[in-house]
Design a protein around this ligand. Sequence first.
Ligand SMILES: [Zn+2]
Length: 476
Amino acid sequence: MKYEPVIGIEVHAQLKTGSKLFCGCSTGFAAAPNHHVCPVCLGLPGTLPVLNRKAIEYVVRTCIALECEVSPASRFARKNYYYPDLPKAYQISQYELPIGRNGKLTVRAGGKEKTIRIHRIHLEEDAGKLVHDASGGSCVDYNRTGIPLMEIVTEADVRSSEEAVAYLTSLRSILQYIGVCGANMEKGEMRCEPNISVRPVGAEEFGTKTEMKNLNSFRAVRLGVDFEIERQIDAIENGERIVQETRRWDEATQTTQTMRSKERAHDYRYFPDPDLVPVEVSESVLERLRAKAPELPEPRRVRFISQYGLPEYDAEVLTGSKAIADFFERAASLHNDPKAVSNWIMTELMGCLNESGKTIDECAVTAEDLTALLGLMGKGVISARMGKDIFKDMFATGRPPAEIIKDKGLEQLNDETAISDAVEKVIADNPGPAADFRAGKKQAAGFLVGQVMRRTGGKANPKIVGRIIEEKLLSE
Ligand SMILES: [Zn+2]
């Protein structure tokens, strides 16, 4: 490899406030166009913005989680540009005085730890949305205008698409843990814009960078970053110059395409917004929020390994989502075999979630129901095989396992007399295999167990069946 990629990442995270950043309009997702609007977010003359206190608190909580310095005073600025979905012709953002600076996030990529420095975290309002209809006309929907966005900008510390995805995965998980953002990329709650340049290995100076937009999944980030690195290396090898520009990832062709030449900060004529007073975050507010900060994914992962004796892999998967980790801890407190709980969550529960496209919050199975099922299997009431089918039923209907077992008559048959009767009949019907077994062919037992299982509708406890067959044939 003669070239080294240099990548910085900007993330726009939609804050989970109930109302917009500067007015009382709802931030709800599924409203009809232009139903969540008022004179303030429509930018009508004579209106004044009033800052949403919760949005500031959410940014400060993020600063704490990402170990940023929180500015005692920050200020809002106007970023001037004209676009039909921006009714004021400026966006309220932050420029020279962001809320957070100089943080860091340590991630694991390719088996190695990597610390990615956070350059700044600031707050800004979203713009509206243009909808181009089939007749060739364009409509504008202002529901999104004024939705609070938090912009998190890294230093150019990322060196591969793998590190970029590791950073985004970890960041998403933290935003979900601290409850400030849903961070669902498909829903646009978290948008990612990497800027990429390449330079010869060992060079100090950065190459010319391009910025990428329209990456709405981790997969698109990986493919898009890899494509752009290759494209730039090819261009340099062919003696071309890299142009500083914004490029969009095109899912259909799996390539990046020029969108526009990159604006520079002075193009926006930033200036302090005279309608908004500076934001002060006092030491006492910071102390209160620090005290309330929840356990983050990384320390929780380490604790899962030490407290529950889980393998690294399990701990990583379970703590990747706060809701899954909470579910695990609740179940592990009810069932004295954390590894079994972990196995069931990682395979059966997460399998059902993936298949149905549901999140764990929408899932009807409770930790109590899962541990009840594990208990019934432990006592031999049902087999592990049946447990899996019953779990699917629990997931689909939300019914507790005991009720499903009773309704469907699925109790495992442990009654030795009944099993013994079935074994006798099977031996009588299958003299050949029985003789084989007596003659020392152990594998003949498998056939006979299968026949008994068939006779009992799959309900006989296979361990008891095997033992009784052995007793009967070897004692004769
Ligand atoms: Zn409004």
